[in-house]
Design a protein around this ligand. Structure first.
Ligand SMILES: NC(=O)c1ccc[n+]([C@@H]2O[C@H](COP(=O)([O-])OP(=O)(O)OC[C@H]3O[C@@H](n4cnc5c(N)ncnc54)[C@H](O)[C@@H]3O)[C@@H](O)[C@H]2O)c1
Length: 278
């Protein structure tokens, strides 16, 4: 951009998946100390999550999601027609963030919709996909409008991401973001069961839906589980060296812990037990 002599009167249009919209938002926030940008999301994952909400970041070999900016796009376009050319694996990856939204909001109504329509959604039925896209945006919007800079409530959107982000990095990005989040959601369900916030039946329902969406629900054999436990400490929710997890309450709600926090401290021993079990 410098070589092409773009100045502060330029703008950036990001056309692509979450990697592109995250990178574009990061560049737009730093180039000339800030130029406007517009996202045109072409993957389900970007439509469901990455392109909306104003979090931008670049991934690195050491950790995901630690280098970035809060930077809102001027506008976001979701083009459902572009999903037609997505490989099935990428479509499934986007479903993970969608199922995450269904687990944490709408009192289970969106979850029921996904359970009823998963095959139709994967077949890209336009009316179903439009409803899903609207629901994803609406759930994220309601959280972000209350806590744009993640000082409290926004942490709920991190459901499944403590283990998810760590496993994405430890897999050396062999796991797609959504695949890693899917495994992270199951890890969080194990914790929620232990803490008594989710029944075994509810956990099985969520796990079954992730599987129907074509997502992994177990840690692959090639992952070094001890390395995964160590990597948990790169999570941005870690406070005073203590791991913290967001936990769902039943299906369609989230646990608010004492003091209004949405993430609870978890000992390394408990985290290790859950990871060894998965
Ligand atoms: N900012 C946020 O709030 C947030 C939230 C969730 C995830 N993310 C980030 O998003 C990234 C993952 O996003 P993603 O899954 O969209 O990945 P991606 O951008 O890598 O896209 C996935 C793949 O699909 C291809 N592709 C894009 N559109 C296509 C289309 N219409 N047809 C065919 N192929 C297409 C891309 O070239 C790429 O190979 C991760 O880096 C993750 O950290 C950010």
């Amino acid at each position: 951009m410098l070589a092409k002599e773009y100045r502060r009167d330029c703008g950036i249009i990001a056309v692509g998946g979450g990697v592109v919209t995250d990178l574009a938002g990061f560049i737009a926030g730093t180039y000339g100390r800030g130029v406007p940008f517009v996202n045109y999301a072409t993957t389900l994952l970007a439509a469901a999550d990455a392109s909306v909400g104003g979090k931008t970041a670049v991934d690195t070999p050491l950790a995901t999601n630690l280098i970035g900016l809060f930077n809102q796009p001027q506008k976001v376009y979701l083009d459902i027609a572009t999903w037609k050319t997505l490989p099935a694996r990428q479509l499934s990856s986007g479903m993970a963030e969608t199922i995450k939204h269904a687990c944490l909001a709408e009192k289970g109504v969106f979850f029921d919709f996904l359970e009823e329509n998963m095959e139709g959604l994967l077949a890209l039925n336009p009316a179903l996909c439009e409803h899903m896209a609207e629901q994803n945006c609406s759930i994220k919007y309601h959280v972000v409008m209350k806590d744009e800079r993640e000082s409290g409530l926004r942490e709920v959107l991190n459901l499944g991401h403590t283990v998810g982000r760590a496993i994405e990095t430890v897999s050396d990005y062999r796991l797609l973001h959504g695949e890693a989040v899917s495994i992270g959601l199951v890890a969080q369900l194990h914790l929620a069961c232990r803490l008594g916030y989710v029944t075994k039946e509810q956990a099985d329902r969520v796990t079954a839906l992730l599987e129907r969406a074509g997502l992994p629900v177990q840690i692959p054999d090639y992952i070094d589980r001890e390395a995964l436990v160590r990597k948990l400490y790169t999570d941005k929710k870690v406070k005073n060296g203590q791991l913290r997890f967001v936990v769902q309450k039943g299906i369609g709600d989230i646990v608010e812990f004492e003091g209004g926090s949405f993430a609870t401290p978890v000992t390394e021993e408990t985290a290790r037990e859950i990871i060894m079990d998965l």
